[in-house]
Write a protein that binds this ligand. Structure first.
Ligand SMILES: NC(=O)C1=CN([C@@H]2O[C@H](COP(=O)(O)OP(=O)(O)OC[C@H]3O[C@@H](n4cnc5c(N)ncnc54)[C@H](OP(=O)(O)O)[C@@H]3O)[C@@H](O)[C@H]2O)C=CC1
Ligand SMILES: O=C(O)C1=N[C@H](C(=O)O)C[C@H](O)C1
Length: 186
């Protein structure tokens, strides 16, 4: 779909998650044939989630350990959530940039999944619970201290301001961008 929109010269705001690295690379390659067209792939349009991700990536370099727990409604098809993957990648990039060593974890035996998914070295845990919409907690810790960042979308109305911002801005932002934070002055 995004390839067809690029071919037609139509800007695309994408909120669908579950993209793997290969799919993203294919879009980037295809987009290079239409540098005049904008593509925004945003795993979350809620301001609280975008800010939580940003805060996590700013804080990550100061903490020895980091893990992400996302919680969603049980009808969700992908796990972990696109938001959690994006959060973990931001943390991992910040850690790598600061030259931090891999996180301590002495686990020697575990049931499959017990330590979550490994996203660039950051454990990500997915809960599916009736009654929830979209929620995430980011844990960052050092010996003797813990920082917890939490974002809750109680209603899908939370995504709307970000979607409107994206569709209003996209024509002035050619190229492929990942994450609504690229549109914000953060
Ligand atoms: N970026 C963000 O802020 C957010 C992202 N999401 C992401 O959006 C995606 C959809 O989630 P959600 O809205 O809960 O899912 P839903 O099942 O509620 O909606 C999916 C929609 O896609 C349509 N659809 C499904 N398959 C096709 C297809 N092959 N061709 C065309 N249309 C299709 C469905 O149409 P029909 O009803 O006719 O089957 C339906 O309208 C997920 O990846 C989710 O993670 C969700 C919320 C916020
Ligand atoms: O499926 C959902 O509902 C959501 N999906 C997105 C994700 O995977 O991060 C955004 C939000 O969490 C809602």
């Amino acid at each position: 779909m995004v390839h067809a929109l690029l071919d037609a010269g139509v800007h695309a705001v994408v909120g669908t998650t579950g993209w793997d690295a290969d799919a993203l690379a294919r879009v980037r390659a295809h987009a290079s044939t239409r540098p005049d067209v904008g593509v925004l792939i945003a795993p979350n349009f809620a301001l609280s989630a975008v800010l939580a991700m940003r805060f996590a990536s700013v804080a990550a370099r100061y903490f020895a350990s980091a893990e992400v727990v996302e919680m969603h409604h049980p009808r969700k098809l992908d796990a972990p959530s696109g938001t959690a993957v994006h959060t973990a990648r931001g943390i991992a990039e910040a850690r790598a940039g600061a030259g931090l060593a891999p996180m301590a974890d002495a686990t020697a035996s575990a049931l499959p999944g017990a330590r979550g998914a490994d996203v660039d070295g950051v454990p990500v845990h997915a809960l599916r619970l009736e009654g929830l919409v979209a929620h995430e907690q980011i844990f960052l810790s050092n010996p003797g201290e813990l920082l917890t960042l939490r974002t809750d979308s109680f209603d899908r109305i939370s995504f709307m301001p970000g979607v409107l911002l994206a569709v209003r801005e996209i024509a002035s932002r050619p190229g492929v961008h990942v994450g609504l934070e690229t549109y914000l002055d953060l």
